[in-house]
Design a protein around this ligand. Structure first.
Ligand code: SF4
Ligand code: SF4
Ligand code: SF4
Ligand code: FES
Length: 964
């Protein structure tokens, strides 16, 4: 669509069932009680001039431009801070108001450079618009120099700060406080001399607490804070709404374009997942899409020690098809498999699993969810009946208690973290929610500006189940369980069995403290807070009902007891009646953008789309009839089993779309051995990733900016991804998979991803009511969308659990086999950092690396001193699986005995040291617990040097055969 800024109603929408009717400029308007006069006027299409007000922020009332006259009231009140009243009669345009507004604007302009024609925001500037709106033509005052001439700050890689253009409206400061919750900005001094400062510790943005979310830039009504790309390219002339391709929050953005060039990504205010907010990745880190290292031509090679040959699409596809056919003929369908990607769309993922099942003839299809949230699928399906979280993000606004376990949302799910922090801070006299953090590290949520956890359970890695059992022990033995809820909604016999188990003295916080290292009194206090909100013990029917919500991440799932932990969380929520309404629930914070969708689409070897077991004859028959093939009723191989089978010689070919398993999967040496043993590795990706070192065919991928499709976020919200620009490689990813299928003779003929979605909804009951047309019209839909839930399902299990009765499962704590000892005395746990994303393939190719150039090892001062280490020293990190070398960061964010690192950089490859241990139910690797030793080192280890040589060899490309 052509470029139009999103409408700004001046002040936020008010949720109220009470309605108020008033008259504005002679017309009646009815709005929710509590709305501002400015908002009411905007709703009827009358825009009152304004500068300090914007509808993403609470009204402030500082600029005095929005004055109105109200019958029966003296003076000219500010419309942004004046609430509507029944019968109120408002005038927005009178000669007196025009004069006053012009005078106010004149003062602003007298301290503003008059360089509109050369300003980056010319034509897209609220100050310019409002000066026009109030009819200002001359400035009678001499030029004031309060701000003119102040030095610009170019330190942030994505936006500039030019204080000479600042009108000190404080919108940036309030955006950072209210929306982002970082509180990086302040107003220094007072009156005409007041100015905006990026914190006290630094004189520029880059050195401040700023996390580059962009909220201040978006809020700024002038060109004081402006994207560097706007300066470089110019203001946009069209926009397309699409969905972020980084994390599972699923923020929607307006991709604002000038011709075929992307100028900026502006968070979409109507986006139901992000409500107009963003983080540094989605907002700014999209430059990888045009990075010089993108591979745009297909490539093949006979053996992996040869250079790549660039070839035509036809040649590459027939080369791949010939190899796949030959392997299938010689070794049978079970020798072939595929991996779908949580970075790709639902439609692309659906096609890859269809290719494997219907084309290769095996069920050897798996997804990267194997290594992150497969225990969520298993645990929540077992206890509740659905493999997904229970709430929408808005639900957090109604929580009284928030328990965060094994998740670091400020880094991994930043936009949701901002929503959560808003609720934790409280507002307008409503106290903030209480916060319980269960995490071995002191994450930002434990303590950051205006946020402090009520309880931090700094457990020993690997003891989640023990902590959750101890919490349950307190809830049951102190009579804090919600018996009425349990009797009505859950299987009572299973509950009593579970309650007996958790009540055993061996499961008390006092006994388990020896295992978890969490003092018993902290566990007891946290349990009481979760169950009662701190309102006291005693008869549950006499206590006020409180809403307690649990949010968890990979610190729960990536353990040998990942599935048990998910079920222990579900037990806790059911025992306290915290399921089935707003403010409560069990909420997995999904890692990648479409990890929920990849699971929904039948990417697992044992499940068809919609989580129907492959052995289910009636489900299989549906697919067989639609696809015209017979399907194998036996589950196929999971990723680790495919690699084992490859080493054994029985698995010989794999198609990997959008995943870099060499870097992301555990025990790198084993992954490399598996890949190296195969005869045909087809990598379909944007860049020559680490896995491609072992590939025979490379098929260039397309970015989210170059394709149509859908992603499903952590709230089960299905949203459209819209093509913003033409794919640089010439094909969208679904087209590439279709071309490979057709090279194998499958005869597919989809013309657009909407046709794939039509097939998905035809074959998947929970998607029955989903179509591109509906998504386009309604913005998003949360599955299940079917006859029973025609408008989707923001909250699950409202009137009953999907499985019928909620199921309590006894979750015995079983220590991991990965033990510390004299050789490996420390426990390594891994995680993410805000600026980088997963294996870093995208973010490392952007300026986000300015914040995080390398993976470092966090180590407690006591452990560092024992080893004579200081921050910045090179250390060897060794485990039973392998070793790597990286630099240290000495910090008390980690407890003694625990070390921590990220896995964003291939030259570190933290997964060289992680082990083969995995979740008992799903094989999800135990990334979060590895026994290690640290010792001083002089620099990169032998394999890192060898690896660099291998990577370099493997990246050799012969460009002469493009026309083959
Ligand atoms: S930088 Fe922009 S938003 Fe902030 S006070 Fe100045 S003009 Fe207002
Ligand atoms: S970019 Fe975000 S964190 Fe940084 S100052 Fe602006 S609002 Fe605050
Ligand atoms: S990375 Fe996640 S939080 Fe950040 S903009 Fe994208 S979807 Fe939103
Ligand atoms: S917009 Fe109302 S006082 Fe500034």
């Amino acid at each position: 669509m052509t470029y139009q800024p999103q409408a700004d109603f001046g002040t936020p929408a008010i949720k109220s069932t009470e309605q108020v009717t008033l008259t504005i400029d002679g017309r009646d308007i009815t709005v929710p009680a509590g709305s501002s006069v400015m908002r009411a006027a905007a709703e009827m299409g009358t825009s009152i001039p304004k500068l300090c007000a914007t509808d993403s922020l609470e009204s402030f009332g500082s600029c005095r431009l929005c004055l109105v006259e109200i019958d029966g009231r003296r003076g000219t009140p500010a419309s942004c801070t004046t609430p509507v009243e029944p019968g109120m009669v408002v005038h927005t345009q009178t000669p007196q108001l025009q004069k006053l507004r012009k005078g106010v604007m004149e003062l602003y302009i007298s301290d503003h450079p008059l360089d509109c024609l050369t300003c980056a925001a010319n034509g897209d500037c609220e100050l310019q618009d409002q000066a026009g709106a109030v009819g200002l033509r001359d400035v009678r005052y001499p030029v004031a120099a309060s701000h003119l001439g102040q030095a610009k700050d170019h330190s942030n890689p994505y936006f500039d700060f030019d204080p000479s253009k600042c009108i000190v409206c404080s919108r940036c400061v309030r955006a950072c406080d209210e929306v982002q919750g970082t509180l990086a900005l302040t107003v220094e001094s007072r009156g005409f001399g007041s100015k905006i400062s990026a914190g006290l510790a630094s004189d520029n943005f880059m050195g401040s607490e700023c996390v580059s979310c962009g909220a201040c830039v978006q809020a700024c009504p002038t060109a004081t804070l402006v994207e560097k790309k706007v300066v470089e390219i110019g203001t946009p002339d069209r926009s397309v709404v699409t969905t972020c391709a980084y994390c599972g929050v699923g923020c929607t953005f307006r991709a604002e374009m000038r011709g075929e060039q992307l100028v900026r990504m502006v968070p979409w205010k109507d986006g139901k997942a992000n409500r107009g907010h963003s983080c540094v990745k989605g907002r700014f880190a999209w430059g990888y899409a045009q990075h010089a290292e993108r591979i745009l031509s297909p490539m093949i090679r006979d053996q992996i020690d040869q250079p790549w040959r660039e070839v035509s699409w036809d040649k590459a596809l027939s080369f791949a098809a010939d190899r796949l056919n030959a392997i299938k003929a010689q070794h049978g369908p079970s020798a072939l498999g595929g991996i779908t990607s949580s970075r790709c769309t639902n439609e692309e993922t659906f096609l890859v699993q269809k290719l494997v099942r219907a084309g290769f003839g095996s069920n050897n299809v798996d997804t990267c969810a194997r290594v992150c949230h497969s225990p969520t699928g298993y645990g929540l399906k077992t206890t509740f009946g659905t493999s997904a979280g229970t709430q929408d993000f808005d639900s957090v606004e109604d929580s009284d208690v928030i328990l965060v376990i094994g998740a670091n949302p400020t880094d991994a799910h930043p936009v949701f973290a901002s929503r959560m922090k808003k609720r934790l801070r409280g507002k307008d006299g409503r106290p903030g929610a209480k916060l319980i953090v269960v995490d071995p590290r002191r994450t930002d949520l434990v303590k950051s500006p205006h946020i402090e956890a009520d309880h931090h359970l700094a457990l020993r890695p690997g003891t989640n189940v023990a902590v959750l059992t101890a919490l349950a022990h307190v809830i049951v033995t102190e009579g804090l369980a919600d018996e009425a809820f349990i009797r009505e909604r859950c299987d009572w016999d299973e509950y009593t069995h579970w309650a007996e188990f958790v009540s055993l003295p061996t499961n008390s916080p006092e006994t388990l403290a020896a295992v978890t290292q969490v003092p018993a009194e902290i566990v007891r206090a946290a349990a009481r807070t979760y169950a009662t909100g701190g309102t006291g013990r005693g008869d549950v029917s006499q206590r006020p009902k409180i809403n307690a919500a649990i949010y968890y991440g990979l610190g729960v799932t990536e353990h040998s007891q990942g599935s048990s932990t998910v079920m222990a969380i579900a037990n806790l929520a059911m025992a306290t009646g915290n399921i089935g309404r707003r403010g409560v629930g069990v909420n997995p914070l999904r890692g990648q953008n479409n990890v929920q969708g990849a699971c929904d689409m039948g990417s697992f070897p044992h499940e068809l789309s919609g989580y129907r077991h492959i052995s289910d004859g009636s489900a299989r028959a549906l697919f067989e009839a639609d696809w015209g093939v017979s399907l194998d009723p036996e589950p196929g191989l999971r990723i680790p089993n495919m690699l084992d089978a490859a080493v054994d010689g029985s698995f010989r070919a794999i198609y990997i779309q959008g995943e870099d398993i060499l870097q992301s999967d555990p025990n790198t040496h084993h992954v490399a051995a598996g890949l190296a043993a195969m005869d045909c590795v087809i990598v379909h990706d944007l860049f020559l990733n680490e896995t491609a070192n072992y590939a025979h065919v490379f098929l260039p991928g397309s970015t989210f900016l170059e394709k149509d499709g859908t992603f499903t976020n952590a709230e089960r919200r299905i949203q459209l991804v819209r093509k913003v620009m033409t794919p640089l490689n010439g094909m969208e990813d679904w087209e590439v998979t279709q071309a490979l299928a057709n090279a194998l003779g499958l005869g597919w003929s989809y013309n657009h991803p909407s046709e794939i979605m039509d097939e998905i909804s035809r074959l998947t009951p929970s998607f029955a009511g989903v179509s591109f047309a509906r998504l386009d019209q309604e913005g998003s839909l949360q599955w299940p969308v079917n006859d029973a839930n025609p408008d989707g399902s923001p909250i699950m299990h409202v009137d009953g659990f999907v499985r019928g009765k909620g199921k309590f499962v006894v979750t015995d704590y079983v220590p991991t086999d990965e033990k510390t000892g004299p050789r490996f005395p420390l426990l390594l746990t891994t995680g993410r950092i805000l600026s980088q994303y997963n294996v870093g393939a995208q973010t490392r190719r952007t300026d986000n690396s300015r914040w995080h150039e390398e993976d470092v090892l966090e180590i407690h001062p006591v452990d560092a001193e024992d080893r004579g280490l200081k921050t910045g020293d090179w250390v060897k990190l060794a485990s039973r699986a392998g070793e790597t070398t990286l630099r240290t960061l000495v910090t008390d964010r980690v407890a003694p005995g625990v070390v921590y690192t990220t896995f964003h950089h291939p030259d570190t490859q933290a997964n060289v040291v992680t082990t083969d241990y995995s979740d008992w139910a799903t094989n999800c690797p135990e990334y979060k617990v590895t026994a290690v030793q640290i010792s001083a080192s002089n620099g990169p280890s032998d394999w890192q040097r060898d690896y660099e040589a291998l990577s370099e060899r493997s990246r050799r490309v012969v460009h002469t055969e493009a026309a083959e």
